[in-house]
Design a binder for this molecule. Structure first.
Ligand code: HXC
Length: 258
């Protein structure tokens, strides 16, 4: 991989978007590498949580690569958009929990990448924005869809139409960031959260993720029906037996993967 770093330790995979000279801007090659890597991660039972971070001190990801787009044709623009949609949808729906460690600018496609993760932890120097309409384009990596789902239609429209950059505290206030931490504590906070999630019944966590993701895109009754199917499925696991027995026997549950 030319543009990504990846390492796994204690069941946590860390993906680093590694183009610091371009503030980690996402070009097609980076998106293709990310798509491939996420497909590989999806199959790995030894990874329970994935953290996504940007390389360097300044940026998570400063957007799609403007240098690549400047002379692009409509067909190329659409292809880049579709590649990002496939990549981010894959990331959004892998069974592992994903955490965006937002360590600086999360602009345009960077904000959109963070929104394709389950949870966003922002360093106190993080800045979020959707600046696309300054460039004569609109958010094209899912921003017009995921931002309103996260912060509501009115706030999403304001952010996209004004291109206002918001700091980590404001992102937290409107529900875009789950937490704000001093930048030196960003990775340790993410790892601590990862450790907590890993200590739970991982298959149940994956089912809950699937129920939430699917439910957000369908009506309430269909979502609840899907939830009951997954709830039934959870009854097939050893973890359900162990978790409930341990509670009743007043001991700590020895939860595994299934
Ligand atoms: C390509 C980028 C880039 C980007 C920064 N760089 N962002 N290259 N694409 N999105 C490059 C700069 O050209 C520069 O390269 C180097 O990174 C450092 O950036 P500077 O601008 O010199 O840094 P600074 O003055 O600190 O400003 C930081 C910044 C600014 C505020 C983040 O770089 C900026 O506004 N970037 C663009 C943000 C943006 O508009 N993002 C949305 C992109 S569109 P050199 O070679 O000069 O050192 C998008 C659409 C998604 O994301 C959907 C598409 C289908």
């Amino acid at each position: 991989m030319n543009n990504l770093l990846f390492n796994v330790e204690n069941e946590v995979g860390v993906i680093t978007i590694n183009r610091p000279k371009a503030l980690n801007a996402l070009n097609s090659e980076t998106l293709s590498e990310l798509k491939q890597l996420v497909s590989e991660i999806e199959e790995r039972k030894d990874i329970k949580v994935v953290i996504v971070i940007g390389s360097g001190e300044k940026a998570f990801v400063a957007g799609a690569d403007i240098a690549e787009m400047v002379n692009g044709t409509p067909v190329e623009g659409r292809q880049m958009c579709l590649l990002a949609h496939e990549t981010f949808a894959k990331l959004e729906n892998i069974p592992q929990v994903t955490i965006a460690a937002v360590n600086g600018y999360a602009l345009g496609g960077g904000c959109e990448l963070s929104m394709a993760c389950d949870i966003r932890i922002a360093a106190d120097n993080a800045k979020f924005a959707q600046p696309e309409v300054n460039l004569g384009i609109l958010p094209g990596f899912g921003g017009t869809q995921r931002l309103p789902r996260l912060v509501g239609k009115g706030r999403a429209k304001e952010l996209i139409f004004t291109t206002d950059q918001i700091d980590a505290q404001e992102a937290y206030r409107i529900g875009l960031a789950n937490k704000v931490v001093p930048k030196d504590e960003l990775m340790s906070t993410c790892l601590k959260m990862a450790e907590k999630i890993i200590s739970k019944a991982s298959y149940a966590v994956a089912l809950a993720k699937s129920a939430i993701n699917t439910g957000m895109d369908v009506d309430l009754a269909s979502g609840c029906r899907f939830e009951s199917d997954l709830f039934g499925l959870a009854f097939s696991t050893n973890d359900k037996k162990e978790g409930m027995s341990a509670f009743l026997e007043k001991r700590k549950a020895a939860l595994k993967d299934f």
